[in-house]
Design a protein around this ligand. Structure first.
Ligand SMILES: [Ca+2]
Ligand SMILES: [Ca+2]
Length: 510
C-alpha cells in the first residue's frame, strides 16, 4: 500500500515543525530522570569488579553508573546481595547483611545514594520461598524438630515425619521440604513469625533506601496452589507498600499465561511476561520471522487481560534473564534481528527489563553459569572485568565490548540507547492501554497506547523488506512525530514506508 500524496504532504509539514522540538526534548529527557523507563537487571557477581578479586561488587556497579544511566533506566534490579554459600546467592544465609565479596552495608548505602542522584531506584531480590540449608534458622529448626521442642523455630520450615523430600541431617525419620533441592529448605509461609521476619526484612531495606522488590520463585510459595500464592503475593505487596507507598513490587512466576494472570489478582505491580520471553516467546519469534502484525495482536490481547486482572498493574516484558539463554543465540547472532527484538520489547507498554549484556548482544546458553558470564566491558580487557562463574563451560562469543559499541553508532548498544531515550519521550507507554493497529502489513507491529494522551508505535520487524504505512487509513495523518530509530524522519515522511528493522513513535493531537 502506498500512502496518498496529500497525507504525505501534511505529515511532512508537521514533521518539519516538530523535528527541532523533538531533538530538544530528546536531549533534555536523556539528561533528566527517565520516566516510564526500563529496569536493568544486574547479576551482581558478573558485572563490574572494583577490587580485582574477579567477583563483581557494589562499588563496581556504582563506578559504572554513568554507563547504566546511558540506558535511561528508572531502576536497577540486583540479584541477591546477601551472604550465601553459592555464587548465585539465591540461598540466603542472612537477609540483613551484604555478602563480603560484594562489599559492605556502607557500600550499599553509597550505591543507593549515587543512584538516587541519577533518579534511579534499587530493586532487591527478595528470596523468601526458601533459605540456605546453612541459615541459622534452619540449623536451629533441625535441632528443635529432632529434640521435639514445641516452642521453637521448627515451625519456620515444612517438616514431616516418616516420609518427605529431604532427610533432616542426623535424624532417622524427620524430613523437610526443599523444592529446589536439599540446600534450599522451603520456609513455612503460614508461620506468623516467618511473615513477621519477611516484614522486618522489607522494612530494613526500605530504611536503606530500596525502592522495589523482585520476588523470587512465587509459584513455589505453595507449589501448585495459585490461589494461596496470590494470597502471599498480596501480603508481601501490601507490606511493602505500607512501608513505602511508591515501592515497586515485581514477581517471578515462570508459568503459563493463565497462571500469571491469576496472580495479578494479588494487586502486585508487575509479573514478568514469561509468555512473551525466551525462544518460543512473542518477541523472539516476531523478530526472527518478521511477524510484527501477529505480535501486536497477541501482545495487545495480553495487555488487555493484564489490565482486566488488575487495572493498576503494568506488564513487565523482557527477552531473557539470568535463568534463560541469551537472546543472541535465539536470534542467530543476527544484529538486525537483535535490533528488531529490542524495538519490540523496549517500546511495549509496561516496564521492560533489560538483562545486563543483552544491550551489547552477549552470548551464553546451556548451563546456568553460561547465562551469567562476565559483562564484556572491552574485548581488550577492562579494569572492571569479572571472572566467569565457576563451572561455566562456554566462553563469550561476542567480540565487541561496551567500549567499541559505544563508539559505533550502528551498534546494538547505540540502538538500545536510542530506543530507551525514545521510550522516555512517551510516558504513556508505562501505564497506558494498548490497542493493536490493523496495518495489513505482516511485518508491522503497530499499536496505540493511551494514558490520557495517545501514542502510536510502529515497528517494521522485517530485516529485508520496507513496509508501507497508510497513515490516512490508520488515522495517523495528524499525529506528531515523537521520534524514530533505525531510520530518519525524512525517509518516513517522503516514502511513507519504514525500512527494515526500524520504528517510529507518533503522538495523536490532543
Ligand atoms: Ca570484587
Ligand atoms: Ca514453598
Amino acid at each position: 500500500m502506498k500512502m496518498k500524496r496529500k497525507c504525505a504532504n501534511t505529515f511532512f509539514k508537521r514533521l518539519l515543525c516538530f523535528l527541532l522540538t523533538c531533538v530538544a526534548l530528546l536531549a533534555s529527557a536523556v539528561a533528566a530522570q527517565a520516566e516510564g523507563g526500563a529496569v536493568y537487571e544486574i547479576f551482581v557477581g558478573s558485572f563490574a569488579d572494583s577490587n580485582g578479586d574477579g567477583v563483581g561488587d557494589l562499588k563496581g556497579i556504582e563506578d559504572k553508573l554513568s554507563y547504566i544511566a546511558s540506558l535511561n533506566v528508572d531502576y536497577i534490579w540486583l540479584t541477591p546481595i546477601h551472604p550465601s554459600p553459592s555464587y548465585h546467592h539465591y540461598d540466603v544465609l542472612d537477609y540483613y547483611a551484604v555478602a563480603p565479596e560484594f562489599g559492605t552495608l556502607a557500600d550499599f548505602d553509597s550505591l543507593v545514594s549515587a543512584c538516587a542522584d541519577r533518579g534511579i531506584g534499587i530493586i532487591l531480590d527478595l528470596v523468601v520461598n526458601h533459605t540456605s540449608s546453612q541459615h541459622p534458622w534452619f540449623l536451629q529448626a533441625c535441632e528443635d524438630v529432632k529434640a521435639g521442642r514445641e516452642d521453637s523455630l521448627k515451625d519456620y520450615f515444612n517438616f514431616s515425619q516418616g516420609s518427605g523430600q529431604h532427610l533432616v541431617p542426623g535424624s532417622q525419620d524427620w524430613y523437610y521440604e526443599g523444592a529446589f533441592g536439599g540446600h534450599m529448605p522451603d520456609l513455612n509461609l503460614d508461620c506468623a513469625d516467618v511473615k513477621q521476619e519477611i516484614a522486618s526484612i522489607i522494612a530494613f531495606w526500605q530504611d536503606h533506601g530500596v525502592k522495589g522488590f523482585r520476588l523470587d520463585a512465587t509459584t513455589s510459595y505453595y507449589s501448585g496452589d495459585t490461589e494461596r500464592n496470590a494470597g502471599f503475593l498480596r501480603f508481601i505487596t501490601e507490606t511493602a507498600k505500607a512501608g513505602d507507598p511508591g515501592c515497586y513490587v515485581v514477581g517471578e512466576a515462570w508459568a503459563n499465561g493463565n497462571t500469571v494472570l491469576s496472580l495479578y489478582a494479588s494487586g502486585i505491580d508487575s509479573l514478568f511476561n514469561f509468555p512473551a520471553a525466551d525462544a518460543e516467546g512473542t518477541f523472539i519469534k516476531a523478530a526472527l520471522k518478521g511477524t510484527g502484525e501477529k505480535a501486536a495482536q497477541s501482545l495487545a490481547s495480553w495487555n488487555e487481560r493484564v489490565k482486566a486482572a488488575s487495572p493498576s498493574s503494568l506488564d513487565a516484558p523482557f527477552l531473557s534473564n539470568h535463568d534463560i539463554a541469551r537472546s543472541r543465540g535465539m536470534l542467530r547472532s543476527d544484529l538486525k534481528k537483535m535490533k528488531a527484538a529490542a524495538m519490540l520489547y523496549l517500546l511495549m507498554p509496561g516496564r521492560p527489563f533489560i538483562y545486563y549484556g543483552e544491550e551489547i548482544g552477549m552470548s551464553g546458553s546451556g548451563r546456568d553459569e553460561n547465562k551469567r558470564l562476565p559483562m564484556l566491558w572491552s574485548a581488550e580487557g577492562d579494569a572492571y572485568s569479572c571472572l566467569p562463574p565457576p563451572d561455566a563451560d562456554q566462553e563469550q562469543r561476542l567480540t565487541e565490548g561496551v567500549d567499541a559499541q559505544a563508539a559505533d553508532g550502528e551498534s546494538l548498544l547505540s540502538m538500545y540507547r536510542r530506543l530507551t531515550a525514545l521510550r522516555a519521550l512517551a510516558p504513556e507507554l508505562e501505564r497506558g492501554v494498548m490497542t493493536a493497529l490493523p496495518t495489513g502489513e505482516a511485518s508491522l507491529c503497530a499499536f496505540t497506547v493511551t494514558d490520557g494522551t495517545t501514542v502510536a508505535v510502529i515497528v517494521n520487524t522485517s530485516s529485508k523488506q520496507d513496509a508501507a504505512i497508510d497513515l490516512g487509513a490508520l488515522g495517523l495523518e495528524k499525529c506528531e512525530l515523537v521520534g524514530c530509530a533505525g531510520t530518519d524522519a525524512g525517509y518516513i515522511a517522503q516514502n511513507a514506508a519504514l525500512p527494515p528493522v526500524s520504528c517510529v513513535v507518533l503522538r495523536f493531537p490532543q
